[in-house]
Each structure stands twice: as structure tokens, then as C-alpha cells.
Design a protein around this ligand. Sequence first.
Ligand SMILES: Cc1cc2nc3c(=O)[nH]c(=O)nc-3n(C[C@H](O)[C@H](O)[C@H](O)COP(=O)(O)OP(=O)(O)OC[C@H]3O[C@@H](n4cnc5c(N)ncnc54)[C@H](O)[C@@H]3O)c2cc1C
Length: 308
Amino acid sequence: MRRLVVIGNGMAGARTVEDILARGGAAQFEITMFGDEPYGNYNRTLLGRVLSGKESEADIVLNALPWYWENNITLHAGVRVDRVDKYSKHVFTGDGRVVPYDVLIIATGSRSYLPPMDGIHTPSGSLRHGVFTFRTMDDTRRMVQFAREEHHRRAVVIGGGLPGVEAARGLRSRGMDVALVRSGGGPAAILGKDRITGIRLGSQAALDCDMVVVAAGVRPNVDVAVVSALEVERAIVVDDQLRVMDEEDIYAVGDCAQYRGEAYGLVAPLWEQAAVLADHVTGADGSSAYLGPGRSLLPASRVAPRIQ
Ligand SMILES: Cc1cc2nc3c(=O)[nH]c(=O)nc-3n(C[C@H](O)[C@H](O)[C@H](O)COP(=O)(O)OP(=O)(O)OC[C@H]3O[C@@H](n4cnc5c(N)ncnc54)[C@H](O)[C@@H]3O)c2cc1C
């Protein structure tokens, strides 16, 4: 048995493991996954529905914890990988574990981008009470709790993309008065000393609010790859087999992967990437190749999306 280690238990990491199992991977690999969120895998694209109260947290779970046990996968949920030693082939975790691998898959996804803004952080560097990003189940839970408090009535959501629109819609369903605004256009500041009282964006008049949601885009999570001396440009550079450039046994998939200059930040490309990667590491089809969204050399039946 070869040792397969996966860093990142989000939509791409878990989907790739499902595809590996579907190709007989259980007989080839001892599988270990690390995810720094303390959960199984859930459908991140549906967080807006949880925020608005249309779905529960349980409704959007894709792979609950028993799925990992049932498939003989060792999941370290809530454990972050800090770095990889690609020469000795080990990963090093934040809680002090050192785990060997034969094949490594990096699926660390993206994080919310925080534009420069006065008053956004506490002196210790964490986000100030009342400021939120919208990327994870924990972000969503914190926003729901904050919106429930009666004296919190007005929210400003920064960002016109899908997560921004969904955050605005969700908070409105929770009874908040929401302004959806675009970032950019000069220096920004969150106002108020002990609690948030408003936000000023560029030269526009300040908007009164009790909470601010920053949904101004994402950046690929490449810290582990950078400190481990892997090829990183905007994201981790991969070839047609999702193999990290110049590496034999390290792959990257999903939002953290950059293919022909593109890092997508969407789910559709990762279904194809996962299938191609699984074909390669299991040896199911050495000819399958990722050539960009909708263009992969791969029978369509192998990319049957279970979720859109
Ligand atoms: C609110 C919202 C709505 C969206 N709607 C859509 C949509 O409608 N359509 C669409 O195509 N896309 C949408 N997206 C984007 C989509 O969710 C992402 O493209 C997708 O989740 C990418 O999957 P991923 O596995 O690459 O990354 P992620 O799902 O982000 O998973 C990466 C995981 O790796 C973990 N991780 C990171 N670093 C480490 C580390 N060092 N050690 C251990 N674990 C680590 C992260 O905590 C995370 O759990 C939406 C995103 C959000 C937030």
C-alpha cells in the first residue's frame, strides 16, 4: 500500500478522494487527510442558504465524519499542515505531527481577500468584533449569531460578487438592513471606537452600520506550497495531470491550483481536475488530461457532477 496524504478537506480534496476510491484506490492507498476546519466536507457554495436560514448546517454536508471511517480514511479535522519536506516526503502539522507520504495532494483552496482598511483589525491582528469574512461554516455561524442580537440592525457588505450578494441576501432574511457596496475608490476605514458605528469608503459619505462583511474576492491559499519551495505564481503551478511543476509525487487541485496561468475559484473546474488526478494516481487511465474547463481528455461519464 502507498501512503496518500491530502492537505485540505474542502470541496476539491474530498471530491478527489471520492474519485480515487471510485477507481479502486482503497486497495492501493492508505489515505490520510488534514483539514483545518473542524468538520467533514460541506458544500461551500450553499453557505448563503445557511446564512439566510433556508438550509441547516447539516443540510449542506457532503461527507460527514462517518464517511471517512467507513472508507478507512484517517481524517485529522481541525489540524493545519504547516509545511512539506519534499525531499524526505513528510508533512509537518501545526500540532506537531510528522506524517510520511508517497503521494501528496494539496487542496488548500482560497481565503477571503481583505483590502487595506483602517480599523479592520484588533491590535493583536485578528478581525475586529463585528467584521466578518464569508468563506467558511464558522464565518456563517458567527454572522448568524451577531445578526440575532437585537441591537445589531444595519450591515454593510463590501463586494459585488456572488458571495457578497449571498451575504447581503442572507443578512436581509435575518432582518438586517443591508447596504451592498463595492470596494475600491480610495482609502477605507471602519468607524467607531468600542463598537462599529459605520464605514467610510473613499470620498463617499460614511455609511452607518453595526457590522461589516468583507466579500471582496479571494486569494489562493499557497502558504504551505511557498514555504515548501513548490512552484507558485498566483497559485500552485500544475501540468495537464495536476502534478505540481517539477515534482514527481505532489499534485494540487481546486482553487489553490494554477493551470496555464488561470486559478479559477469556481467548483466546475475542480470536478474535472479531481477526475483527471484520480485517473493518474490510481493508474486507471494514464491518458486522461486536464486541458481547461470543459476541455479535458476524459470521458464525460467520469465527471458526473453529484452537486452543481
Ligand atoms: C459563499 C460562497 C458561495 C460560492 N458560490 C459558488 C457558486 O455558486 N459557484 C461556484 O462555482 N463557486 C462558488 N463558490 C466558490 C467555491 O466554493 C470554491 O471554488 C470551492 O469551494 C473550491 O474548493 P477547494 O476545495 O479548492 O477549496 P475550499 O473549499 O476552500 O477548501 C479548502 C480547504 O482546505 C483547508 N486548508 C487550507 N489550508 C490548509 C492547511 N494548511 N492545512 C489543512 N487544511 C487547510 C481550508 O480550511 C478548507 O477547508 C462560492 C464560495 C463561497 C464562499
